[in-house]
Write a protein that binds this ligand. Structure first.
Ligand SMILES: Nc1ncnc2c1ncn2[C@@H]1O[C@H](COP(=O)(O)OP(=O)(O)OP(=O)(O)O)[C@@H](O)[C@H]1O
Ligand SMILES: [Mg+2]
Length: 354
């Protein structure tokens, strides 16, 4: 696919790259489908052609270019590319969902950490591509906090007609930030939900190519993003008692401070959960239904807390306290020290569960 670069885009790229900052952080914002990723690619190509060490943070957790969806990816250019997905993968940060909505904190933290990683890797130019979530209070909160934390020297706003005004207004007096507004290319194409899903599924498929099933014991790995594995498992006789009280098969139960955590085969009704809570002496019972966690995208991390890869939860076995997980061939299960449960569910072939 060839990129159509208008004179306006050309001038903006030249002007931005003429600034002397090293590292120079350039933040690109805009509504969905305005050409943010395309602009980042054109800007990155121009930078690499000037001999600058050029890295890109792909902070779009849905329409990902660098790394799979649910993650923020960091890539480096070795030469000209025709799409951002051709950047060499350097590192990733697991957010666990395909939209920043409801996951603003890890989205902001991950964007900052990947930007820092680019800088510590010696980047002259760090381009941050973002999601199209710009509308309303959530768009404002997300973009304002990212800008405040990352402190880019340049912000490129790609706009159709005033839709970014509410985001840009609070930034206009920041001394360290220069805002460049450019218009949307006539070559920009809108993608519907079906195309967006198709794109995500193909990226999941790529990430899981050659993946195999392994077992990870709760004794060996720490868990995050779930209440599972954070408390003290109950005695087997009490587990049988809870199963009777709940009138449901309970695969696992543990107490985590004043919260009781159950892993069940069937759905536990709210009434049953309240009844169990009173009998157990806990404030709240969180019931995790096995069927609802199978297929969750997982973030696999090493003992340094570094993200290794995504995986897929295939099953949890209560009695043996083991997770059956699909992991890519590049990951040695012995290196997995922390598993973060995401919120998005996919099949082993990368297709999304509805
Ligand atoms: N200048 C351009 N030249 C050629 N194609 C373009 C240009 N700008 C956008 N497009 C096309 O329009 C579509 C959307 O562009 P792009 O993916 O860059 O937008 P985006 O703002 O990053 O979208 P999203 O919000 O989904 O991340 C793509 O198919 C892209 O190839
Ligand atoms: Mg994009």
């Amino acid at each position: 696919m060839s990129i159509s670069i208008s004179q306006e885009w050309k001038n903006c790229i030249l002007q931005v790259l003429s600034k002397p900052y090293r590292p120079h952080i350039i933040f690109v914002v805009g509504a969905p489908d305005v050409g943010k990723t395309t602009f980042c690619c054109a800007l990155a190509n121009a930078a690499v052609e000037q001999g600058l060490i050029t890295m890109v943070v792909d902070a779009d957790v849905g329409q990902s270019s660098i790394g799979p969806p649910t993650t923020i990816g960091l890539g480096r250019l070795k030469g000209r590319i025709s799409h951002l997905s051709e950047a060499e993968y350097v590192a990733g940060f697991f957010v666990g969902h395909v939209s920043p909505m409801g996951h603003l904190l890890p989205t902001v933290v991950g964007t900052k950490l990947m930007t820092d990683k680019a800088i510590s890797s010696g980047a002259d130019i760090v381009i941050v591509d973002t999601t199209g979530l710009v509308r309303g209070a959530i768009g404002r909160e997300l973009k304002w906090n990212k800008v405040r934390l990352i402190k880019p020297q340049s912000l490129i706003a790609i706009e159709r007609g005033g839709e970014l005004a509410h985001l840009l207004a609070p930034l206009k007096n920041l001394k360290w930030l220069q805002i460049h507004s450019v218009s949307v290319s006539s070559a920009a194409k809108q993608r519907d939900r079906g195309l967006r899903k198709f794109h995500r599924e193909s990226k999941f498929r790529d990430a899981l190519e050659g993946a195999r099933e392994v077992e990870l014991s709760l004794q060996d790995v720490a868990l995050l993003g779930t209440w599972l594995g954070c408390g003290t498992p109950v005695h087997s006789s009490f587990l049988s008692h809870l199963s009777e009280v709940a009138d449901a098969e309970i695969a696992h139960a543990e107490r985590c401070d004043n919260i009781g955590v159950l892993v069940t085969v069937e759905k536990v009704s709210e009434d049953a959960a309240r009844w169990i809570a009173s009998r157990w002496g806990v404030n709240e019972v969180i019931a995790i239904q096995l069927e609802q966690i199978n297929g969750l995208v997982l973030g696999l991390h090493n003992a340094e807390g570094e993200f290794l890869s995504i995986g897929v939860l295939l099953a949890y076995d209560g009695p043996s306290k083991k997770l059956r997980v699909l992991i890519p061939s590049s990951v040695d299960p012995k290196d997995v020290a922390l598993v973060v449960f995401g919120k998005h569910r996919i099949n082993p072939d990368g297709s999304e569960m509805t």
